[in-house]
Design a protein around this ligand. Structure first.
Ligand code: ADP
Ligand code: ADP
Length: 227
């Protein structure tokens, strides 16, 4: 479980991006943060893995205050996927995925074989494993980004518009495959999007933010629709 407990971020220029956010992302569920550009979605997400330090308030990972966790421990527990997969350009696809387990101390052979397994799970043809990121389409790169984030087997995944940069047909496929994978893995996911249709499709719970970084409502998608 992730819990935002009056989490606030005021940037040095005075902008209040997130204002006393109270929100829980339950274990094993997809919690979607949705809202217009500038409403504080990315800031909220990055406070969870302390890429951004909250100005005040607490973010809990189960019973632990994330502020008390060393960065390497947070990283191991929290996978992170962004809009443009951010793959290492000079490493092959399989090595992109194997790098994290390798850095965590898994042997090279085992890290690679686990990477191949993960690539298969996210629906990437194994023939692409030896290519470099630039030789893959945007949708394929996003699959690799998801596989890489899963490589350390983190219980929590933060996903920031992971499917927004690909065309609508591929996006739909990626969303379906993501839901299927999540059905098997049951990760605790916080998922950011500006697209309400995507929020409704993917979210177990949807938190709607408004500009100023406050929560407008939080509900299961069916209840949002009925309003
Ligand atoms: P979203 O992800 O919903 O688009 P962000 O979290 O990126 O929103 O931004 C929330 C608000 O904080 C916006 O007004 C944005 O301009 C502002 N902001 C984001 N990053 C910074 C920064 N480094 N310095 C100052 N203001 C920022
Ligand atoms: P390198 O030092 O080789 O550039 P990093 O160790 O910075 O690589 O990042 C390795 C992986 O960890 C990347 O997939 C990146 O997306 C992810 N990552 C980077 N920073 C964080 C963070 N603060 N929290 C979670 N994951 C992160």
């Amino acid at each position: 479980m992730i819990r935002f407990d009056r989490a606030t971020k005021r940037y040095p220029d005075g902008t209040v991006a997130v204002d006393e956010l109270e929100l829980e992302a339950p274990t094993g569920e997809i919690t979607v943060l949705v809202g217009p550009s500038g409403c504080g979605k990315t800031t909220s997400l990055r406070m969870v893995n302390r890429m951004i330090e909250p100005t005040s308030g607490t973010i809990w990972l189960d019973d632990t205050d994330t502020a008390s966790m060393p960065a390497h421990e947070l990283r191991r527990k929290i996978g992170y996927v962004i809009q443009h997969a951010g793959l290492f350009p000079h490493r092959t696809i399989v090595d992109n995925v194997a790098t994290v387990p390798y850095l965590l101390g898994t042997g090279k052979r085992e890290a690679r074989s686990r990477a191949m397994e993960l690539l298969e799970r996210v629906g990437l043809d194994p023939a692409f494993a030896k290519r470099y990121p630039a030789q893959l389409s945007g949708g394929q790169q996003q699959r690799v980004g998801v596989a890489r984030a899963l490589a350390a087997d983190p219980p929590v995944m933060l996903m920031d518009e992971p499917f927004s940069a690909v065309d609508p047909v591929v996006r739909d496929q990626l969303q379906d495959e993501f839901l299927r994978l999540q059905g098997e893995l049951g990760k605790t996911i916080v998922f950011v999007t500006h697209d309400i249709d995507e929020a409704i499709k993917l979210g177990d719970r949807v938190a709607v933010l408004r500009v100023g970084g406050t929560l407008a409502q939080v509900a299961p998608p069916a209840e949002l629709l009925s309003r």
